[in-house]
Design a protein around this ligand. Structure first.
Ligand SMILES: C[S@@+](CC[C@H](N)C(=O)[O-])C[C@H]1O[C@@H](n2cnc3c(N)ncnc32)[C@H](O)[C@@H]1O
Length: 203
């Protein structure tokens, strides 16, 4: 039987992303780091529609035709910057935003603490970090976890391919601790067995 606190956390599941973002963005600037693959800037465009004042998306991928068409259709002012969030020049160019959303990036990063350091530099008020996790107790970071640990794992670890490989299997406890040592204070958390979404603010 799972402890009551964990049961309660797991039962909160994964909140609908657009709704979670909308709770935080009204009257605030918004940045989506890793905004393109399969979602074509959709979270940033939703943040703009929900009342964000200025919206930026960053990705190592180039802007997709789907994104460009949707941006045009909406008459959106969203800024897209192509680059690697680990690059200090990219961080300077993008600049801090009130609310930063970063989903599906941390476990693809060769150096996840560096990723969080860059997110810290970009976050003015709120970071919403969503990531795949491994179901381990404690602060576990497993390098290039074995296929089968998580339904999505593959082993391609080439940044030139756009960080498609899963470098790390990270336990929920390790995500929390890494956020803390990167200068964030945890405010809220949603979890399933293989995924977590954390709301945090700069300490
Ligand atoms: C697994 S997809 C997640 C897409 C979307 N955020 C979501 O949650 O559905 C990871 C995205 O982050 C981008 N990405 C990965 N590493 C990155 C980096 N270091 N800097 C910028 N973008 C990165 C990838 O190109 C891809 O678009």
């Amino acid at each position: 039987m799972l402890p009551a606190r964990l049961r309660q956390r797991l039962s909160r599941g994964t909140p609908p992303r657009e709704e979670l973002v909308a709770e935080h963005v009204v009257g605030r600037t918004f940045l989506d780091v890793g905004c393109m693959w399969r979602i074509h800037g959709g979270i940033a465009l939703a943040a703009e529609a929900a009342g964000a004042t200025a919206v930026t998306g960053v990705d190592v991928m180039e802007a997709s035709p789907e994104y460009l068409a949707e941006r045009e259709r909406r008459g959106s002012s969203m800024r897209f910057v192509r680059g690697d969030v680990h690059d200090p020049a990219l961080v300077d160019e993008v600049g801090p935003h009130d609310v930063v959303w970063c989903s599906g990036v941390l476990y693809h990063a060769p150096h996840p603490l560096l990723t969080l350091e860059r997110l810290r530099a970009l976050t003015g008020r709120t970071l919403i970090l969503a990531t795949e996790t491994i179901p381990r107790r404690g602060t576990v970071c497993e390098f290039a976890p074995e296929p089968g640990v998580h339904p999505g794992i593959d082993r391609r670890l080439d940044p030139a391919e756009g960080y498609v490989g899963w470098y790390w299997g990270i336990s929920p406890g390790a995500v929390r601790r890494m956020l803390e040592v990167s200068g964030f204070e945890l405010q809220d958390e949603h979890r399933t067995a293989f995924h977590m979404t954390v709301v945090a603010r700069p300490r």
